[in-house]
Design a protein around this ligand. Sequence first.
Ligand code: R2B
Ligand code: URA
Length: 368
Amino acid sequence: MPTCACDKQMFGEGKHVCQVKSRDGVASNEETQEYDPAVRYIDGSVRLRNPNIELMDQDILYHLALGSGSHDLVEMFGDVKFVCMGGTPKRMEQFAHYIMKEIGHKLPAGTTLLDISQYSYRYSMYKVGPVLSISHGMGIPSVGILLHEVIKLMYHAKVKDPIFFRIGTCGGINVEGGTVVISEEAVDGMLRTYLEVPVLGKLVRRPAKLDRQLTRELKALAHRDDPYDTIVGKTMCTCDFYEGQARMDGAFCEFSEQERMDYLNELHSNGVVNIEMESIAFAALTHLAGIKSAVVCVTLIDRFKGDQVMAPKEVLDEWQIRPQQLVARYITRYLQRKGRLSLEGHGSMCVKSPRRFKLVQQESENYD
Ligand code: R2B
Ligand code: URA
């Protein structure tokens, strides 16, 4: 039985067509999914679990260098469907260029991608059609602050049913370097399945749940001929790269090699396949906001074999593209299904003849 807050439900061929007005006052005739009214308006746009925000004159998204009073956020971000986050500004800029090619998104001639949040000096953000590519920095606090502001951005921009991905790096547990791991669940260093945050002097627990169907769909997009494995398993999220991840090569170490191995073995026997530093906040906050999300990371090292990340830079660079490729496959398939993939061209130039294009480029360079 469909659940909907509207009192004028119509049932056509077993599907519920909602007649209730959306936030814009425009009647929505979209087939509605079962929206949780706490986190969605009737048209599927993101609703905040915070009544204070709509009472505010303006909302300054301080760490994004954006504001609801200063920017037309609906105009700028209203068409977003996918939010992809990863640690470093460089990687997320690369992802923006890569996804632009993959979805055939064209920039107007003579324009280039811009870091929308450059003046925050905190995070970088690029927009490529329906895709946002944002750097989240390192660790739970950094990704947590970003998520508060990006979820509010989704609300201000009236984005409908966004999907969030974290594409990152991690250490593997009994898993070869270069393996892609899709997280089925995030746990903390005590193997607890929730994010615990102190709020007003009390500990609040937020379940760290990722979208199971999205995880399955991503796994199904791994190619049999990919020259690496793509696996699904539990991800341990820590507050530290060294002691918190059982490394013996930090500035301090107060445990033995045997204790290190015992801990890693315990993680392994509990189904943990990788360790990183953001997934538990990412899972908990997206889940609380009712936003579908997934975490896809590549392992840089097998922690059963050592602590130091020693693979050469070119190898690490190649490995880091792997999670991007998987998420790009998901996004292109999704847009293809919706008939929103631009197939005519790649990049911002419309090249009729590559040979003449090259000649013209060389000619121009001669005038330098
Ligand atoms: C993976 O890599 C970073 C630490 O080097 C951290 O952000 C993470 O989750
Ligand atoms: N990122 C982590 O958090 N841990 C690793 O071992 C590698 C990358």
